[in-house]
Each structure stands twice: as C-alpha cells, then as structure tokens.
Ligand binder design. Sequence first.
Ligand code: NAD
Ligand code: ZN
Ligand code: ZN
Length: 353
Amino acid sequence: MAQQEIPKEQWAQVVEKPGGPVNYKKVPVPEPGPDEVLINIKYSGVCHTDLHAMMGDWPLPPKMPLIGGHEGAGVVVAKGSLVDDINIGDHAGVKWLNGSCLACSFCMQADEPLCPHALLSGYTVDGSFQQYCIAKASHVARIPKDVSLEAVAPVLCAGITVYKGLKESGARPGQYVAVVGAGGGLGSMAIQYARAMGLRVVAIDGGEEKGQSCKALGADAYVDFTSSKDLVKEVKEATPEGAGPHAVLLLAVSEKPFQQATEYVRSRGTVVCIGLPAGAYLRAPVFDTVLRMITIKGSYVGNRQDTQEAIEFFRRGLVKVPYRVVGLSELQKVYDLMREGKIVGRCVVDTSR
Ligand code: NAD
Ligand code: ZN
Ligand code: ZN
C-alpha cells in the first residue's frame, strides 16, 4: 500500500447515541482495505440526511457511535493493493453510496443505490465529518483538479440527487417543474440543474430570504408556503394556462407537501418524492390520479454515471451552489439552524478547524 505522511489521530464529529449531540473529538485514522481508498477530507457539505441520521428518524438504524457526512471532498492519500484506477494525490469525493457489491442484479444494471449490500457513508459506515475517511475505490466520485473542493462538496449528495430526480421526472426542456423546499440545500441545486436542463421552475419554500435566493438562482416564480392563502392555486397560476407544472420535485422535510402535490401537478404529470420527512406517508385521491393520469414515484441519490454527469455540469459552470463555510467544530450549530429551516442553500464544513 503506497502511503503519504498520514497522522495516527484526527479530528472528527462523533454521534455517540441516537438524538445526538455531536461530540468533537480525536479519533484514530482508519486504514483502507484492499479495495478502498483513504481520502483526506478538506470540506464536507451538511445534508439534512445527516440530521435525520443523528436523530434516528428513519426505520433503518444507523451505526453507533457514528461519524456522519456524505458530501466529502478531498485528496486521496492512501489506497489498497487492489486499487489501480485512482491515484494518490487525485481529488475524490465521498458520497452517500460508499460502496455496493457491483455483482447483484441491481448493480449489474447500474441501479447501485438499490443494491441490498450497499454501504452508506455517514450511516452504515463512518462518513466525511472527519479529516480522513475511507470509501470503496469503485464508488468514490472522481473530482477534476480544476474544480474548487469547497464549492463542489454539496454536489456530492444534493447535486447528484436532484439531477437524478429531474431525469426521473421525465420533464423536457421548456416544461415546468415545481421544486418544493427550493430554498434548502437540495432545492437550491434543483433550481440550478433544472435551469441548466432547459426547464422552467416554480419554487416553493418559506420566508422572504429564501424567496430572494430562489429568484436569484433562476426560479421563474416563488410561492411562500408560510404566507400563501391558496398554495395550489398560486402554483397552477404560475404555469401556462394555469394547468400546473409538468413535474414536482418534493424535497421538503415535512409531510404536508407530499399530500398536496397531486392537487397542482399537471394532468399526465409526475410527482417525484425525494425528501424523507420522519414517519411521513403519501396520500393522493385515487379518482384524480386515475382520471388525470398522474405518476407518483420515488428517487434515491444516483449511480456512478449520474455522479460524474452532475459534477461535469458543475465543472462547466452551469450550476452554482449557494454555500457558507464553517469549521467542522461548529457542526452542532449547523444542525440547530437546519432543524429550524434557517439555512439558505448549504453549509459546508472545513475539516481543518
Ligand atoms: P434542507 O433543510 O436544506 O432543506 C429543506 C427545505 O424544505 C427548507 O428550506 C425548508 O424551509 C423547506 N420546507 C419545509 N417545509 C416545507 C413546506 N411545507 N413546503 C415547502 N418547503 C418546505 O434539507 P436538504 O438537505 O435539502 O434535504 C431535504 C430532504 O431530502 C431531507 O429529508 C433529506 O434527508 C432528503 N434527501 C433525500 C435524498 C434521496 O436520495 N432521496 C438525498 C439527499 C437528501
Ligand atoms: Zn445527502
Ligand atoms: Zn449490488
């Protein structure tokens, strides 16, 4: 195993028990196995999924103690003996899908996120809220050297996920997509990817600051769920003939919009569920769903090809990510703001402080 100078200990944010908080402390630097790389994480985006993981919101229990994080961008500093297609010094990203078996029927047809043996960064294996993180070489994102590591970090989950979701929606250039939760991390990126893909955007979120951000990122209209008297009507009115958007991307962290989307989606339109509010259920009237030929589907991160495509959009300057950098030591503060819905765009942590 080729090695650079790697310390024995490093700083990390560790969740010791479900519900948190995170504990900023020194932990040992892990060693990569034969098919793994060790990445010196420079920056990591903070996704709402990391907060769900700490809180134990979902039916899938995370490992404990847990080092969260799955938008980690950094430099490869060590690799296992079987790794020959990525080198020490290359820039690479730790994404949600840390590894998959590559041999099951899902992996074989590039549905790696559906692999029953998938390893999830910052959930079933330790993630990027540490200075040195392990990932399967086959799955790490390849990051070109001309790309800023702090700016690209949020692409590694938020970017890939919304890009994939937009493709799953089937919306074509010139058509309208409603982005629900548009002022948050995934939402801000969804506006940008949608624009880059030739789509028009109706952004939905709460408050004036998020409205201004959505407009600045290129949304054609903004509907404020906290003040709108009739959200369904307003969303429809923002689209041609008042017929509603061709697709809806549900990125919000509350259940209500999941019950509401079929009311404003255009007939023959598609509702794509991506956000994962705790304990939430979908509800839609059977009558309308049938007579208006509505499609409702889920979309879950993306595969390796989606990853490289999403990064390439970013590298070409087609998508900008609104982000703010704070020290890794301040992660708990980020979670507190996130819980209150107060983060516009993404927070990115700098692992050197
Ligand atoms: P975030 O906290 O940055 O953004 C969520 C946004 O939703 C906030 O701006 C909030 O104001 C808004 N919101 C809340 N209630 C709303 C409502 N009723 N109507 C409109 N907007 C509302 O979170 P994020 O990091 O963007 O993640 C969003 C969700 O997506 C999380 O549940 C996360 O776990 C999930 N996620 C899913 C996947 C996937 O592959 N399916 C990938 C990444 C994240
Ligand atoms: Zn994520
Ligand atoms: Zn598999």
